[in-house]
Ligand binder design. Structure first.
Ligand code: PLP
Ligand code: ZN
Length: 403
């Protein structure tokens, strides 16, 4: 590991980086790897490089084994021109994170955690998730022959269970207070030498930095005005913002985009605290949204996301179910099928544009966090059609319109 520290995001207390440590002993807020100040992009062949090779100056590892990874990252930045015109905005981009090994951005952070776990000698890993983190950790754990413990909610439906089970982890349905399991698992992991790579652990945040790095390169270092991130625990948005900060430190970019935290109205603890001008979040009661991947009522990085937004002069915005479904359809019309949670970014953009908080001349990047095929139940919210035709009538049906 490089000579860096883990630092408490709230009180600044320092910890060793070669230990598995997630939260501060003093204030219980999340830890973060010390900011990197200098570095350059290792501009080699991306067909043979990993994200950790290319951005190694900005990663906490001094060396690592690429064979631990699954070649995550290097995802496309797509420009939906028709949609931009419809919304009435100059530039919109979709960062298509559905093109990761297990179809969500989670793979970037899982990979960073796997490298860290290997460095500091862990043979057992785990996570607490019913969403995309579970299959991601299961896949990387199996590939690397680690004892992998995935703790899921006891009422998890089969269509979510099987895409985790296929990687054959120790898959455990936990009967009890699932909401508290994030903290419980860290405790249990400490006792039993299991590296619980939960949603916002410091190395998961390090992995998410690479989203920002790629966006910088893909936009030729001309920064967008806004980056909109569907947010639940807060690990991803923290990583993206940190990535921009580190590229600014290194002189690679001149400004940092404003960050917009997007949540579903049905589970929006960060937006609520942000709107109320509070410094800490409160547990959101009775969460209910189709955007299950971002349905965390008590985000472990919630307070840090509020602090980050203050420094960044960012925004937090919530969108309702109808807006989410509508955005999912609009995104699909541009060829990108994200899960409802991922459509929350576009829904937020449309809303902020309508309110004229985002202006016509602004440029905006929406992070499409995970694949639509992860949640096929959303199909029934759309009017989906197919037509029938007898083969002998097919030519007639497809005949050219006379012009
Ligand atoms: C995990 C996840 C998020 C939220 O990321 P956090 O780091 O928990 O804030 C958003 N969208 C999808 C698809 C996810 O899987
Ligand atoms: Zn602290």
């Amino acid at each position: 590991m490089k000579n860096l520290k883990l630092i408490c995001t709230n009180c600044g207390k320092e910890y060793l980086i070669d230990k598995f440590k997630v939260r501060c002993d003093e204030c219980n807020e999340p830890l973060e790897v010390e900011e990197i100040k200098v570095g350059k992009i290792r501009n080699e062949n991306i067909l043979t490089q990993s994200i950790f090779d290319r951005y190694r100056d900005f990663m906490p590892f001094s060396s690592f084994d690429n064979s631990l990874t699954l070649s995550e990252g290097f995802t496309p930045l797509v420009k939906p021109n028709r949609l931009a015109e419809e919304i009435g905005i100059k530039d919109v981009y979709f960062k298509n994170e559905t093109q990761n090994p297990t179809w969500s951005f989670k793979d970037r952070g899982t990979s960073a955690c796997i490298i860290h776990a290997a460095k500091i000698g862990y043979k057992r890993i785990g996570t607490v998730s019913t969403g995309n983190m579970a299959p991601s950790v299961a896949a990387y754990g199996r590939k690397n022959n680690l004892q992998t413990y995935v703790l899921v909610n006891s009422n998890i439906p089969d269509e979510k269970l099987n895409p985790i089970a296929i990687y054959s982890p120790h898959l455990i349905k936990v009967d009890g207070d699932y909401g508290n399991l994030y903290y419980k698992s860290l405790e249990i992991g400490k006792k039993n030498d299991i590296y619980f790579m939960n949603s916002d652990v410091p190395f998961r945040v390090e992995g998410s930095k690479t989203i920002a790095f790629e966006v910088c390169e893909q936009l030729n270092f001309e920064m967008p005005d806004y980056v909109i991130v569907p947010t639940s625990a807060g690990g991803n948005v923290r990583g993206i913002e940190k990535g921009f900060r580190e590229f600014e430190n290194a002189g690679l970019i001149k400004t940092i985009p404003k960050i917009i935290v997007a949540q579903a109205l049905g589970c929006s603890p960060i937006v609520k605290a942000f709107d109320d001008g509070k410094e800490t979040i409160e547990r959101f009661s009775n969460p209910d949204t189709i955007a299950h991947a971002i349905e965390n009522p008590y985000p472990p990085s919630g307070n840090q996301v509020l602090r980050m937004l203050k420094r960044n002069e960012g925004l937090a915005v919530a969108v309702n179910e109808e807006e989410i479904i509508n955005a999912q359809r609009l995104q699909a019309e541009e060829g990108i099928f994200g899960q409802p949670a991922s459509a929350v970014a576009l829904a937020a953009l449309i809303k902020l544009r309508e309110q004229n908080k985002i202006k016509e001349n602004d440029s905006v990047v929406c992070i499409v966090t995970g694949s639509g095929l992860k949640y096929t139940a959303a199909f029934k919210k759309h009017d989906l059609e197919a037509s029938d035709c007898k083969l002998e009538n097919l030519s007639h049906m497809l005949k050219k319109e006379k012009s």
